[in-house]
Design a binder for this molecule. Structure first.
Ligand code: AMP
Length: 206
């Protein structure tokens, strides 16, 4: 089984949802750098303050900050049998740093056209517990069905920031597709429904 996994795809391509499914099915941790930053922001840590100043503009947190964070996370005991990196690496420099500390088995690439992504992100609502919803599906419901807390729209899912995030994705993150292709570990995943996409993921992971 392929266990050290990187997920590639634009913001809103469904990586986070698939990561949660993979984590449950294969019993390996889901490491989302975005979630780590959001937790730090909610706890008002120095890392959170720093990350927020970039995230609010749709920009990437500097490589040296993110790389150190992931390197120490990968040393934790629960990563011994594999892990799913969701939202990292996002630059070639991050991917090169990761090569030095990890032996990756597979990079799953989720392609979703930008017009679909823009619609999805403007409709996305989240909860502090990590649950994700569609505003349309919530149909006026404001509480999380998993934990009962209030759901909300991420600041960086607002239209003006989404544009910046997609530009950052095209310029800085998309080149990773070629990077992992050249390493021979890239698998393109056909995106359909959440369940259908997960079936495609399982075919690759075995
Ligand atoms: P995400 O939840 O993955 O969409 O991440 C939200 C935001 O956190 C991004 O728009 C970046 O500002 C920041 N971020 C998350 N992961 C990284 C990363 N690997 N490198 C730089 N910034 C990141």
């Amino acid at each position: 089984m392929k266990r050290n996994i990187v997920l590639l795809g634009a913001p809103g391509s469904g990586k986070g949802t698939q990561a949660a499914f993979i984590a449950k099915e294969y019993g390996i941790p889901h490491i989302s750098t975005g979630d780590i930053f959001r937790k730090n922001i909610s706890e008002h840590t120095a890392l959170g303050d720093l990350a927020k100043s970039y995230m609010d503009k749709g920009l990437l947190v500097p490589d040296e900050v993110v790389i150190g964070l992931v390197e120490s996370r990968l040393k934790e005991a629960d990563c011994a049998n594999g892990y799913i990196l969701d939202g990292f690496p996002r630059t070639i420099a991050q991917a090169e740093a990761l090569e030095k500390v990890a032996s990756l088995d597979v990079a799953l690439n989720f392609y979703v056209p930008f017009d679909v992504i823009i619609e999805r992100l403007s409709d996305r609502r989240v909860c502090v517990c990590g649950a994700t919803y569609s505003a349309k599906m919530l149909n006026g419901e404001t509480k999380c069905s998993k934990c009962g807390k209030e759901v909300f729209q991420r600041d960086d899912d607002k239209a003006e920031t989404v544009k910046a995030r997609l530009e950052v994705y095209s310029n800085q993150t998309e080149p990773l597709i070629g990077f992992y292709k050249s390493k021979g570990i890239l698998s393109d995943i056909t995106v359909s429904t959440i369940e259908g996409t997960f079936e495609n993921v399982k075919k690759v992971l075995g």
